[in-house]
Design a protein around this ligand. Sequence first.
Ligand code: TA6
Length: 302
Amino acid sequence: MVRAFEVAELNQRFEIPGIAKIVTGQGELTKVMVTSPHAQGEIYLHGAHVTSWKPAGNEDVLFVSDKSQWTDSRPIRGGVPICFPWFSNKQDDANAPLHGFARITTWQLESIVQNDDAVTVSLLIESDDATKKWWPADFRLNYRVTFGSSLVLEMEVSNTGTNAIRFEEALHTYYRVGNVEMVRLEGLAGVQYLDKVDEKRQKTQAGTIAIVSETDRVYLNTDATVNLKDPTLHREIKVTKENSMTTVIWNPWIQKAKAMADFGDEEWPQMVCIETCNVADSAVDLAPGQQHRMRALVSLSK
Ligand code: TA6
C-alpha cells in the first residue's frame, strides 16, 4: 500500500496532465488512471492489475466482480490477473498461492508514455528474497500495457541469473459480456484441449464454443485468435496473441460462482475468461540472459 505523499511523489514523476495520473483506488490501493481521447483505462500497482479498458464511445470491455477484495494479500477478482511463474496450483507446493505470486505483489511503476492515440503504462517486478521463498530464480518481469483504440498487454520475462529457468505465464483476462449463455467463441475449432471439469480428459474442440455449464478448458499448442461474439451487447471482442501457445477458456457457472466469496452468485452470466498463456507443455524455458515476450492484443468491433 502506498501513502498519499507517495501518490503525490509518483505524480511528480509520472503524471501526464489530463491524460494519466496516479490516484488512491479501491481499498486504498494505488492505481494509474488513463483518460485519453481514445480510451480510458485503469491499472493498479497491486498485481499490475488492469481493471478497466473503455475504448472511446464504448462500455468497459473488462469485468470486475462487485465482490472483489481490495487488499494487497489477495488478487483482485476480474480485469487482467497476471499468473506467473506458475499457473493454477504449484506442482511441488500445495501451500503456494494459486496462479503464482505476481498478482499479489506490489509492482514498481517504471513509466507512463503517450504516443499518438495511446498511452503505455510500464511496470516491473524483480526477483528478491520474497520471490525466492517460492521460486529460486533470478528474473525481471516487465509489463507494458497500452490503452488505446485497442488494448495491448505485453509480459517480458528476463532471466537475470546464471541458471536456466522454466516458468508458466497467463494473462487471465475477464471479458464482460451481456449474457454468457448467448456468446459464441470462434477460432479454436479442431484444437485439442484438457477439460478440467472432466478429469482433465483430452478432447478436440468441435466448432464454435458455447458456454452451457461450468467451463474450464486448457487449449493446447494453439496460437489462434479467438473471436468472442456477444449478441446481447452487440459487439465482438477479438483476442490475438504473440508467443503464446496455450489458451484457457473459463466460466465458473452457478455452483462455482456461489463457492467463491469474492464473486457474486449472480455474476457468472456477465463474464467469460479468454486467457492468453504458456502453461503445461508450453511452459517457457529461458537460458541465462535470455528474454521471452508474450503479448495479447484485444480489439472491439460492433
Ligand atoms: O483459469 C481457470 C482457473 O484455473 C480455474 O480453474 C479457476 O481456478 C480460475 O482459474 C480462477 O482462479 P482464481 O485463483 O483466480 O480463483
